[in-house]
Design a binder for this molecule. Structure first.
Ligand code: MD5
Ligand code: FE
Length: 206
């Protein structure tokens, strides 16, 4: 089922449900090559979300700031390739929400455990905000907080469940958003965790 949250933001409930096991299987070698890690914000705080990336570009944060890199700072190797199954899912999801021809070159992988949260932020490090972001939720459910163009706009809670796909583009692309702390639980496929995959197009530089 397809729900428009606002112009440019589409929730495709259950869109990835029948592929969930294949997606998680495709992630296993990625997580071996580029292990999940809790990075430092520019302010020096350790994030509660464990993250890694695959694709041409990976997102990192450290005391020097937020940015996309071609190599993983923990292994100094290029980020693992994006599994074709994931690329296809992201591109099909974007098309289903009206964004034809989405070709993500970065996939940020977030792992949440009980208590893990993400404070309100905008995703604006990609350089090309004409491209949407596709977000895939797997495992335990979480309350996603969807705000406005200003940090102070009151956020709406939206439950994101296993298999849900969100597509953000157009006017929704720069909205503030975050997630509430993950509640304890056990999911048959992910155990005590929630995974969120966000597919992005990062502008090629030089
Ligand atoms: C998550 N991830 O569930 C959250 C929300 C992130 C991030 O925010 O940056 O990895 S997924 C929904 C989302 C992703 C990207 C952009 C927007 C929403 N948005 O423009 O509102 O792990
Ligand atoms: Fe975000």
């Amino acid at each position: 089922k397809r729900v428009t949250l606002s112009p440019g933001a589409t929730l495709l409930r259950g869109f990835a449900l029948d592929q969930a096991e294949d997606i998680l299987r495709a992630l296993t070698p990625v997580l071996h090559a580029a292990p999940l890690r809790r990075m430092l914000t520019p302010g020096g705080r350790q994030m509660s979300v464990a993250m890694t990336s695959c694709g041409t570009w990976g997102w990192i944060t450290d005391q020097a700031g937020y940015r996309y890199t071609r190599t993983d700072p923990t292994t100094q190797a290029p980020w693992p390739a994006m599994p074709p199954l994931l690329f296809q899912l992201a591109s099909r999801s974007a098309a289903a929400a009206g964004f034809e021809g989405f070709q993500p070159n970065a996939c940020l992988i977030n792992r949440y455990e009980a208590g893990t949260r993400m404070t309100a932020h905008q995703d604006k490090d990609e350089g090309d905000i004409t491209q949407p972001i596709v977000s895939v939720s797997l495992g335990l459910p979480i309350l996603f907080l969807w705000g406005g163009l200003q940090r102070t706009t009151r956020a709406h809670p939206i439950l994101l469940e296993h298999g849900d796909v969100l597509v953000w583009g157009g006017r929704a692309r720069l909205h503030y958003h975050g997630v509430k702390p993950l509640e304890q639980g056990l999911h048959p496929l992910t155990g005590p965790a929630r995974f969120n995959l966000t597919f992005r197009y990062v502008k090629q530089v030089a």
